[in-house]
Ligand binder design. Structure first.
Ligand SMILES: *Cc1c(COP(=O)(O)O)cnc(C)c1O
Length: 386
């Protein structure tokens, strides 16, 4: 009999291709059909059946939820219409007026905007700190802190946070630890196994992997958290379309091989930048002198495809540089087959300017894609000038 991909002894790549996706029982189709039905015939009034109305659940989404949950080592998974919709469901399920959360001081700009401009006006307070520093976490703590929001590696500074250490600190105080695993993906890092309570993703990035779908995900092993997040998924309804779910499922099938190449090419790009006179500093967790290198080596199985660097000439030189690349496309987003370049302070992280999460305007962020490595290196060399 064909596998449904859930045997726990199956490897990551096998589950990426098969978990939740057995051949269609009627046609034998080996890929999950895009189920467009919005409603499902009921055997009788009040019948207990898998599907009734498509916001509450549909077979294509169920396949995706089952697959990503398996990859994260979770028991429950919930797909959302975007990464931010997934984040919103987690935050709203846990925090009410008077509650406090701690987040990293270079969290994704959209996460900060959601917290500072959507949640804070409802009476939620927050503190942004350097989560790689245990003393800073200690100082940020208040009696009403209920949640710690971790990103690692961070965006765009690629700092590394020790997930086990932060989860333990949170649990000691009765709070939960949420990890945004977008940059690492479950191929390189599995936060639940390290002690986190919830994992969130922007599946728009590496999981989708082809710059053609926006989506989000929440995974957990905790039945209570699963219940409250599942309730909001249905009650608020920020769900992905069946086609979106199909695209993410399709992307995930090659996640392992893509990540291997992203990691290898990013390491070569980082080496080139380290040696280049027009570069003042390089941030890549695979570099031995990166402050988080030891922790990253322990909690990740590879260092990822993102590289950030500081351009010697400052903000103007950074903006000039990103307009000179020809293979790296000047664009926001990350994690797809094509290489992208951007200036976070003026683009993805503009909403963080004037906050503790503001980014140095001379920082350039690369999402190293899957093009021929020599073309990527040559492109950066010509753009940097010699
Ligand atoms: C892109 C991104 C998000 C937001 O996801 P969307 O799918 O754009 O809503 C959250 N966290 C990180 C780290 C991201 O890169």
């Amino acid at each position: 009999m064909a596998t449904d991909g859930h045997e726990t002894d199956l490897g990551f790549e096998t589950r990426a291709i098969h978990a939740g996706q057995p051949p269609d029982p009627i046609t034998g189709a080996v890929t999950v059909p895009i189920g467009l039905a919005t409603t499902f015939a009921q055997a009788e009034v009040g019948a207990d059946q898998a599907y009734d109305y498509a916001r509450s659940g549909n077979p294509t989404r169920a396949a995706l939820e089952s697959c990503v949950a398996s990859l994260e080592g979770a028991t429950h998974g919930f797909a959302f219409a975007s990464g931010l919709a997934a984040e919103d469901a987690v935050l709203r399920s846990q925090l009410g007026p008077g509650d406090h959360l701690v987040l990293g001081d270079d969290a994704y700009g959209g996460t900060l905007r959601l917290i500072a401009r959507v949640l804070a006006p409802t009476g939620i307070t927050w503190t942004a700190v350097d989560l790689s520093d245990p003393a800073a976490i200690e100082a940020a703590w208040t009696p009403s802190t209920r949640l710690v929001w971790v990103e690692t590696p961070t965006n765009p500074q690629l700092s590394i946070v020790d997930i086990g250490m932060v989860a333990e600190a949170a649990h000691e105080r009765g709070a939960i630890c949420v990890v945004d695993n977008t940059f690492a993906t479950p191929y390189l890092q599995r936060p639940l196994a390290l002690g986190a309570d919830v994992v969130v993703h922007s599946t728009t990035k590496y999981l989708g992997g082809h710059s053609d779908v926006v989506g989000g995900f929440v995974a957990t092993r905790d039945p209570y958290l699963a219940e409250v997040v599942g309730f909001l998924q249905n009650a608020v309804g920020a769900v992905p379309s069946p086609f979106d779910c199909y695209l993410v499922l399709r992307g995930i099938k090659t996640l392992g091989v893509r990540m291997d190449r992203h990691c290898a090419s990013a390491a070569s790009v980082a080496d080139l930048l380290v040696a280049h006179p027009a570069v003042a500093a390089v941030r890549y967790p695979g570099l031995a002198d990166h402050p988080g290198h030891a922790v990253a080596s322990r909690q990740m199985s590879g260092f990822g495809g993102m590289v950030s660097f500081v351009v010697s000439g400052g903000a103007e030189a950074a903006q000039a540089l990103v307009s000179r690349t020809r293979v790296f496309t000047l664009a926001e987003s990350l994690g797809a087959v094509e290489s992208l370049i951007e200036v976070p302070a003026a683009m993805t992280h503009r909403s963080a300017s004037g906050t503790p999460l503001a980014v140095d305007p001379a920082v350039v962020r690369l999402s190293v894609g899957l093009e021929t490595l020599d073309d990527l290196l040559a492109d950066l060399e010509q753009a940097l000038g010699s």
